[in-house]
Design a protein around this ligand. Structure first.
Ligand code: URA
Length: 301
């Protein structure tokens, strides 16, 4: 670590773990982030219980009609017998195309989206998961943090970033005077744990992306923070190194997006914590500028 970087860390009071030097102001986060109300943390809604089956009435026996002798039909003049029309309601599953599915997801509200993610079997990750990990936090947050995918603890608990890297993320937020659930929403690129914590495949990412896209539309954050390469490359659709993306403002559709290192990487490379701190300060400064109506120069991906 360079001398300057270790000075920065010392000045911030950041040792191997992120520590809060100054307690956050009593009134809430240090950043004035607009007027979005901070609701309580809202984790993924459990799937709606299946409706109770309606008892089927026993069929009423019909008296057997006395058979009447039928005259032999004359082929040339025969008329079709009149039969009662039976209306059958099909219960076969509706087959949707990929485009239909995406269009459907884009119309979902929070409860339906959460329920759909909870029951999703679109990709193979569904077979090995314990819990889906929908996302957690203030559904009208100014800050949307996006990681890669659940790890073992997240898969067991159904909440993102609750393992070791999650504790670091919480410390990073606390150092900024912020807190999960308060003006912050945390989600992942994929909602199910990839086995052995491998990077999700392109197909898994593509299956899951509509959910994140809809979450972004519903939250309407002021800024998206892409945590690590999988999140950054997926959201920007372009293969680039984190180092080359830091310190710039990109856009995911209409939302400004800033890139930083993934907390799991920071746990392995403590010297990079100072860079992640710079990135979060950079993001906070931009959010403040946008709130003040200043043009901070959006860079297209
Ligand atoms: N890493 C992630 O990218 N997301 C989590 O939820 C946990 C670890």
């Amino acid at each position: 670590m360079s001398k300057r970087r270790s000075q920065i860390l010392d000045e911030m009071g950041l040792g191997p773990r992120w520590r809060l030097r100054v307690p956050p102001p009593a009134g809430g986060p240090a950043v004035a982030l607009g007027d979005a109300p901070s609701s309580a943390a809202a984790s993924a809604a459990a799937p709606a219980p299946a409706p109770a089956p309606t008892p089927t009435p026993a069929p009423t026996p019909t008296p057997t009609p006395t058979p009447t002798p039928t005259p032999a039909p004359t082929p040339a003049t025969a008329t079709a017998p009149t039969t009662a029309t039976t209306i059958t309601t099909t219960t076969a599953p509706v087959t949707t195309t990929g485009a239909d599915r995406i269009a459907g997801v884009m119309r979902m509200d929070w409860p339906l989206l959460a329920e759909t993610v909870a029951g999703c079997t679109v990709c193979g990750l569904a077979r090995s998961r314990n819990c889906t990990v929908f996302g957690v936090g203030d559904r009208r947050a100014s800050w949307l943090l996006v990681g890669e995918g659940p790890g073992a603890e997240e898969d067991a608990r159904g909440e993102p970033f609750v393992g070791q890297s999650g504790r670091l993320l919480d410390n990073m937020l606390a150092a900024m005077g912020m807190k999960r659930g308060e003006d912050v929403f945390i989600a992942n690129i994929v909602k199910c744990r990839p086995p052995d914590n491998r990077v999700p495949t392109a197909a898994e990412v593509a299956s899951c992306e509509p959910y994140l896209h809809r979450q972004i539309e519903l939250v309407r954050p002021k800024v998206i923070i892409a945590l690590g390469k999988t999140a950054a490359v997926t959201l920007l659709g372009k293969e680039q190194s984190i180092a080359s993306m830091r310190g710039k403002v990109f856009r995911y559709r209409d939302t400004p997006l800033i890139v930083t290192y993934h907390p799991a990487y920071l746990l392995r490379s403590l010297a990079e914590k100072a860079k992640a701190w710079e990135d979060l300060c950079f993001a906070r400064a931009r959010v403040r500028e946008w709130a003040a109506g200043e043009d901070a120069g959006i860079v297209q991906s």
